[in-house]
Design a protein around this ligand. Sequence first.
Ligand SMILES: [Zn+2]
Length: 181
Amino acid sequence: MPANALVAACRHLWQRGILGGFGGNLSVRQGDVIWITPAGRGKACLKATDIVRYPGTGRPSSELPLHRALYRCGDEIGAVVHTHSPCATAFACRGKTIPALTPESKQITGRIGLVPACQPGSDQLAEAVVECVASVQGVLLLQDHGVLTWAADLERAVLMAELVEEAALTAFYYHLLGEME
Ligand SMILES: [Zn+2]
């Protein structure tokens, strides 16, 4: 059941400090239907009945155009995760890519792209992301905004969001310690 999986994923990412406040949104595609987190809600206490079915009733996340645009890029995309995870978002605001320092981060950081700043929720943001999709493998930093991951399934998209934040934190601490030497 996609709604239950989305609720569990939101809670997991919230517990890890990767989702907070109203920021971020998650979705899963099932055939022609998209299940997506609702607009204007914190992610810690969502219930399965809060998850919005599109098309359908309910108020989906304002980033629905971005999620829809990604799903149109290919049938292999089954889940999308967007976060404002603090450290990776700081790299995005600086317009910097995240350096690969550990074997795990090397799995992803070579594939991270950077999308120029666009208004959140806008069609321009969705179009800018679509332009980058073919040149990366499931991870984009959105300048002045946050992180975007996508994969065949929700578990993988969530894992990528975690790995991006972890790689950003490791790089941040690495440079901070270097300045103390
Ligand atoms: Zn956002």
